[in-house]
Design a protein around this ligand. Structure first.
Ligand code: NAG
Ligand code: NAG
Ligand code: NAG
Ligand code: NAG
Ligand code: NAG
Ligand code: NAG
Length: 365
């Protein structure tokens, strides 16, 4: 044990101090040891990411000589083993390249940083300080670096609902902000896209790794899965991924062949109008008569309307006397827009010869 000013004290006095200290300790009055280290006894690190072991220590900094800090593994030999990290240029390192390094310039800072964490980093670590004659290994707390599988997932920034035909940018942010080997971010999805590296350097020297994907969704992309995979090339077999299902919204589109067929002659004949539309979310149908508008479901003395949805498609039927249904338009509406068309009146039994092309005979509004 080092005692302040011990070198000037005669041996007999030294012995006395030792005895007094021993008695005090036995009496439970022993205060904290003279050399302290403040370091967590255990830190958990995920494979592929990095970990900081914050550390401060007290020592005889007044001793003459160049100060050197060392971190060893618990079972290393302090005199012959290569260090895990050190400020001593004369000491060999287990692994050159700075993957494990001392950070913090303050004389009493012993913080250790490990990047590209791998399973083999799991160990107890011991800090040692040397300054001239002063040499001390802080065995009282030997922090355990516990290494777990990578459980963090990339964070995806994707709008809740994408709009068909409109360019969208989605981002994927890799877990961790490590200064080690940059992770690789890749995208999978069944559509054309371009991806760009949009990583940003943070003020403290670490990096937030992100990729931005730009694409123009089509109605057919609704329900497709978009996956962002992040691999950590420095550590074999370490990757993480996040998947989202895309919701692609689009305004209603009226399907061709909407019409009103008439059975029987004159205004008393029975007319049936059909109209179908598709959109996401599924649209709501409306029937527009010259002086009134009927909803998709309607039950009146003369007129009756019904409608039903199947997936993104909605179809409706309106029945009534031919006179009342001489000039009917069908309108389909959802959150993204509206489409409307006048329905042609066709005599029953003319077959499909006058089938309408998509958008050709229809006047979309
Ligand atoms: C997507 O990113 C590109 C390139 O940064 C930008 O020009 C465009 O305005 C962005 N579009 C949207 C919808 O954010
Ligand atoms: C992305 O950019 C960051 C910082 O600008 C860089 O460190 C990294 O290597 C780049 N990644 C790729 C795959 O180009
Ligand atoms: C750097 O800053 C980021 C965000 O501010 C933080 O999450 C990260 O832990 C910091 N890294 C270090 C090594 O201090
Ligand atoms: C009229 O509508 C019905 C029912 O949708 C359809 O089967 C038929 O082909 C249409 N007729 C014409 C001429 O478009
Ligand atoms: C149908 O009604 C609209 C107004 O609702 C009107 O502009 C149009 O001329 C009418 N068409 C026929 C054939 O009556
Ligand atoms: C709609 O117009 C017709 C004639 O064009 C008329 O007989 C009927 O009463 C009107 N209905 C309403 C609700 O105004």
């Amino acid at each position: 044990m080092w005692v302040p000013g011990a070198s000037q004290i005669p041996p007999s006095t030294k012995l006395c101090i030792k005895i007094i200290l021993a008695l005090l300790c036995q009496g439970g009055l022993c205060q904290e040891p003279v050399y302290r280290i403040q370091v967590p006894s255990r830190v958990t690190a995920q494979q592929g990411l990095c970990v900081l072991i914050p550390c401060h220590f007290t020592a005889n900094f007044e001793s003459s000589g160049v100060p050197y800090k060392y971190w060893f593994l618990r079972d290393d030999d302090r005199y012959t083993s290569p260090a895990v990290a050190t400020t001593d240029p004369g000491r060999n390192l287990r692994e050159p390249g700075g993957r494990i390094r001392l950070v913090g310039d303050a004389p009493d800072d012993c913080s250790l940083h490990i990047s590209d964490v791998r399973a083999g980093d799991r160990d107890r670590y011991v800090f040692r300080f040397v300054k001239g004659d002063f040499k001390y290994s802080y065995v009282v707390t030997q922090p355990l670096v516990d290494v777990t599988e990578l459980t963090e997932q990339p964070v995806l920034g994707v709008p809740e609902v994408l709009l068909s035909g409109q360019l969208v940018n989605v981002t994927c942010q890799a877990p961790g902000t490590c200064s080690g080997t940059p992770p690789q971010i890749t995208w999978t999805g069944g559509f054309d896209y371009t991806a760009r590296n949009v990583s940003v350097a943070l003020a403290n020297g670490s990096v937030s790794y992100s990729s931005m994907l730009s694409f123009t969704p089509a109605p057919g992309d609704d329900g497709k899965e978009l996956v962002c995979t992040v691999t950590y090339p420095a550590v074999v077999g370490v990757f993480t991924r996040t998947a989202v299902r895309l919701h692609v919204g689009y305004p209603p589109e009226l399907l061709p062949r909407g019409n009103c067929t008439v059975r029987g002659r004159g205004p008393g004949g029975a007319a049936t109008c059909h109209c179908a539309a598709e959109g996401n979310p599924p649209p709501r149908l409306e029937w527009r008569l010259p002086n009134r508008t009927l909803p998709g479901h309607f039950e009146g003395p003369e007129l009756r309307a019904t409608s039903g949805a199947r997936g993104p498609a909605v179809s409706g039927e309106l029945r009534g006397p031919a006179g009342a249904l001489a000039n009917v338009s069908c309108a389909a509406t959802n959150a993204h827009g509206q489409s409307q068309a006048a329905l042609p009146v066709v005599p029953a039994g003319t077959g499909d010869r006058r089938g309408l092309g998509r958008g050709s005979s229809f006047a979309f509004s």
